[in-house]
Design a binder for this molecule. Structure first.
Ligand SMILES: Cc1cc2nc3c(=O)[nH]c(=O)nc-3n(C[C@H](O)[C@H](O)[C@H](O)COP(=O)(O)OP(=O)(O)OC[C@H]3O[C@@H](n4cnc5c(N)ncnc54)[C@H](O)[C@@H]3O)c2cc1C
Length: 470
């Protein structure tokens, strides 16, 4: 099915609303065969294409900023096979993340990776971004839960990556595809690992009068050898946004930070771990402690955290979500730096983040009516990423590079690193038609710096040697 002209407007951006471009044409296939036919036509005519799931990505990955066909998977929403005996499920890419757990919860199973967008984002998007979530501290990100993929390559070839078993006999190309942000082809079926739902879950809520004390609590919980299922922090701006959003006072409004720690497993172990976590929080300076033991109360404590982005959307017309990673031990230092940068740049920042993973999500609040907003926001976002890199961190934790950070990739990687990644990409997509110009810096998108010229030169050299290899 082809989208009508006015429908194309709904695809003019993803969750990164700073950049908007209406795609010239969009198709909504329902089967793998249809995706393969579309990509074969694109191949014959040299047409670039961009895959799109639910469009919740936060780095402009599904943005069509050139003449390219948008391939939307939102009609590929079938659960293809549930195989509880082998703890796995196979779904089409447009299936929404939370539907996977819903399909198997009655049998005592669940799908662990749980982005906060889990009620709207697609499994195909999760695979392309290698998405994380609250429970990824203990259970790992999407790549730890994908057993197999059916993929349509840019020339229309349908291939399988991974055999659906825990161990692979072949070259394991799943790792290359997961997190490739649509630059290697389109995933059309995904086999996921299911986990048994834990016997018992407790959530501890600790509040602190300084962010540094909350950071110290995170450090000491991990140093003590506890492995919570999730460990998340919200700052004062976010706490108040969430309390206002729901019209409740679940989180203490005057706290500088609240820390949520989820412990799961067998009842006795959870009880002991929760007590230990509470002691460690108290020693780190927690002012108040609360523990949720029944599922409804646990869900209530998580509800605010999971809705934090939406809640912040109520206090500001627009915001930009940054995504950087720092070693856990550097959390207090980097959070103070973000506070200073926020003041220097004159833009408020709300902080909500996966503290256990050191994965920060500063939300930069701005008004779109300010004509300089885009530049100011981008400058502050970039300054925050430089701060992350200065302590040995990363420019992306889970939201990907997409269009947003493609010009920063060479802050982290050498020309040789980039050329190696590019070489792999070309093996899947020799003409560079799958999500063109995303992830990698190009002269059109990032300007002709000497360094990039060097990079292109290197890429060309590698490309000509790869031609003789294949
Ligand atoms: C409120 C909110 C909270 C969020 N919380 C989290 C979080 O906790 N953790 C997290 O990791 N992310 C989070 N995100 C970001 C986002 O939800 C994830 O990146 C998600 O995986 C994107 O899925 P999607 O279906 O919306 O993908 P899209 O935005 O449609 O696409 C994302 C990328 O995937 C590619 N793609 C899509 N489908 C396919 C496919 N079938 N084959 C190949 N490539 C494909 C696209 O080309 C694009 O590059 C959040 C976003 C929002 C708006």
């Amino acid at each position: 099915m082809v989208a009508k002209r006015q429908e194309l407007l709904s695809y003019d951006c993803d969750g990164l609303t700073l950049e908007r471009h209406c795609p010239p044409l969009a198709v909504l296939p329902e089967t793998t065969d249809q995706v393969a036919s579309v990509l074969r036509v694109c191949h014959k005519r040299g047409v670039p294409f961009v895959a799109r799931g639910s469009g919740t990505g936060l780095s402009g990955g599904a943005l069509v900023d050139q003449a390219a066909l948008l391939v939307v998977t939102s009609r590929m929403r079938k659960v293809l096979e549930i195989d509880l005996e082998n703890h796995r499920v196979t779904v089409q890419p447009g299936v929404i993340n939370s539907w996977v757990t819903r399909a198997v919860a009655g049998e005592g199973f669940y799908y662990a990776p749980d982005p906060s967008s889990q009620v709207i984002c697609s499994i195909g998007g999760n695979v392309a971004e290698n998405s994380g979530g609250v429970h990824c501290l203990k259970y790992g990100v999407t790549s730890n839960h994908v057993l197999g993929l059916e993929v349509v390559l840019p020339d229309g070839t349908v291939t399988r990556l991974g055999n659906g078993l825990a161990e692979a006999a072949e070259l394991d190309l799943r790792g290359a595809f997961i997190g490739s942000e649509g630059t290697l082809g389109i995933a059309t079926a995904i086999t996921l690992r299911l986990l048994r739902a834990p016997e018992c879950v407790n959530v501890v809520l600790a509040d602190f009068v300084t962010m540094a004390a909350a950071g110290e609590a995170v450090r000491s919980v991990t140093a003590a050898g506890l492995l919570p299922a999730g460990m998340e922090i919200m700052d004062n701006v976010t706490i108040n946004a969430v309390d206002d959003f729901f019209g409740y006072d679940e989180y203490p409004r005057d706290a500088a930070a609240v820390l949520l720690i989820e412990l799961d497993g067998q009842a006795a172990e959870v009880q002991a771990s929760a007590e230990r976590a509470e002691t460690l929080c108290r020693e780190a300076g927690a002012r108040g402690l609360r523990r949720a033991e029944d599922p409804a109360e646990c869900a209530l404590l998580w509800k605010g955290r999971k809705s934090a982005f939406s809640a912040v959307g109520k206090i500001t017309p627009t915001y930009y979500v940054q995504d950087g990673v720092v070693p856990r031990s550097s959390l207090p230092k980097v959070l103070s730096a973000i506070e200073r940068l926020s003041q220097d740049h004159g833009l408020p920042v709300a902080n909500v983040f996966h503290a256990g993973d050191g994965n920060l999500h500063p939300l930069i609040l701005y008004s779109a009516s300010d004509p300089d907003a885009e530049k100011k926001v981008k400058d502050l976002g970039a300054a925050i990423l430089k701060e992350c890199l200065s302590v040995g961190g990363s420019i992306s934790g889970e939201h990907g590079i997409g269009a947003d950070k493609r010009c920063y990739l060479d802050w982290m990687f050498t020309p040789d690193d980039l050329a190696t990644m590019s070489l792999l990409r070309r093996a899947f997509d020799p003409q560079g038609r799958a999500n063109p110009e995303k992830v990698f810096p190009t002269p059109r998108t990032c300007g002709e710096s000497v360094r990039r010229k060097l990079l292109l030169k290197q890429e060309n050299e590698n490309l000509s040697s790869s031609v003789s290899l294949f």
